[in-house]
Design a protein around this ligand. Structure first.
Ligand code: PMP
Length: 426
């Protein structure tokens, strides 16, 4: 039976959409490998990997099996006072693969919640360390950390999407934007300016939160990893925790397992999500050092005050274990650089198009910034004609394909972007 698109249009509220002016919505029948199959039989090469998450593609036999086997044992059981093998195995894997100082794993149900958890940990930590005035976050402009209130409080309030909630959001110290350019070394005067603002506010600052090397939904900006070293040094000097939000960049996307490895920097708290479950289930994790955990538990509450109903969901943990096993096999270490090389060959020539402002590539991420905001419906018509699924936002057309995408399919994605850029140039 056909998907009832009329009902969808009238009753299903899609993300970031208006109910009065809904965007066109394409009915999906199935997805396998790197292809999404629409109900009318059209097959689209997926450039979005379901918003960075489906890093191994769709319909992955090992992941299907992990879910099926786990669901035959137990789909869910409350995590309070009970534990289970999929969660323990997942925590072991995460402790082993993340920076050595991160020893405690708190499982969350989405990226935004992993960020809420990180913020709450930082606030409770300073209560436990008898410095309760350290209760604000500091970050840089162009960050994006999720759509819940704590997370919105650390998203860019000027260029970001949450300005309309401003009056309700916690007060955050926003530093200047980090200039773009993977190879552009930090400029001493900007460093000095930023450090001065941190120094001035240090007695109120609990933590610095940052997306390492790539700022995602706040502008798809790629910056020099040296910035992270300075941020780490400021955190040490002024007594702040460092929260790295690797929800988008984690698990190989930027060419290293975690983006903070580009700078050899270890955070005190690390947020993971999206690709954690290979894009199969909603699951995220917040990892903390022993020092952070001790501080949190030394606070008056004595415990960490967070506990969602679906915490440690066994199906989600089982499929995440399957996904992390594929990562451990290591094919991504060749696949991601190959994608990077191809994107670096095929996207920069688009800078010659009048409609294109700039192109940037890192790992399996390709970004084409247009001169003007992209009309999503129009652009998607062109992409779909070219057999590609790409979802632009603002002036940005970006792709972050599954790591297993072959070069022919990747070329079709870059050709689709080129076709749109050419059309927009005339
Ligand atoms: N942090 C970053 C860096 C993200 O990219 C996102 C999602 N785009 C989030 C947090 C929020 O994750 P979720 O959508 O799973 O809540």
């Amino acid at each position: 039976m056909a998907i009832d698109l009329e009902f969808d249009k009238n009753h299903l509220w899609h993300p970031y959409t208006s109910t009065t002016h809904p965007l066109p919505c394409y009915p999906v029948e199935s997805a396998s490998g790197v292809r999404i199959k629409l109900e009318d039989g059209t097959e689209l090469i997926d450039g979005m990997a379901s918003w960075w998450s489906a890093i191994h593609g769709y319909n992955v036999p090992a992941l299907n099996r992990a879910i099926a086997e786990q669901s035959a044992k137990m789909a869910h059981v409350m995590f309070g006072g009970l534990t289970h093998e999929p969660a323990v195995e997942l925590a072991k894997k995460l402790v082993q693969m993340t920076p050595a100082s991160l020893q405690k794993v708190f499982l969350a149900d989405s990226g935004s919640i992993a960020v809420e958890v990180a913020i709450k940990m930082a606030l409770q930590y300073w209560q436990g360390r008898n410095k309760p005035t350290k209760n604000r976050l500091v970050t840089v402009l162009h960050g994006y950390h999720g759509d819940t209130f704590g997370a919105m409080g650390v998203c860019d309030p000027v260029n970001g999407m949450h300005g309309l909630f401003k009056s309700m959001l916690p007060e955050t110290l926003f530093l200047e934007a980090i200039p773009q350019g993977f190879n552009l070394a930090p400029c001493p005067s900007l460093l000095a300016e930023m450090e001065a603002r941190i120094a001035e506010n240090a007695d109120q600052l609990a933590a610095f939160i940052i997306e390492p090397v790539v700022q995602g939904a706040g502008g798809m900006r790629i910056y020099n990893p040296e910035w992270l070293k300075h941020i780490r040094a400021w955190c040490d000097k002024y007594d702040l925790l460092l929260i790295c939000d690797e929800i988008a960049t984690g698990f190989g996307r930027t060419g290293t397992l975690f983006a903070c490895e580009h700078a050899n920097v270890e955070p005190d708290i690390l947020c993971l999500g999206k690709a954690l479950s290979g894009g199969y289930m909603t699951l995220a994790a917040t990892l903390a050092s022993d020092e952070v955990a001790e501080g949190v538990c030394a606070s008056e509450a004595g415990v960490f005050m967070h506990g969602p109903t679906f915490m440690g969901n066994p199906l989600a943990c089982a499929v995440a274990n399957g996904s992390l096993s594929i990562i451990s096999e290591g094919r991504w270490r060749n696949q991601v650089p190959a994608i990077e090389q191809q994107l670096k060959a095929q996207l920069p020539p688009l800078e010659n198009e009048a409609s294109v402002s700039s192109v940037r590539v890192l790992g399996a991420i390709g970004v084409v910034e247009m001169q003007r905001p992209v009309n999503v419906a129009e652009a998607q018509k062109v992409f779909i004609e070219q057999g590609a699924w790409i979802r632009p936002f603002g002036k940005l057309i970006y792709i972050m394909p599954a790591y297993c995408m072959c070069s022919e399919d990747l070329q079709k994605l870059t050709q689709a972007i080129a076709a749109y850029a050419m059309q927009a140039s005339v």
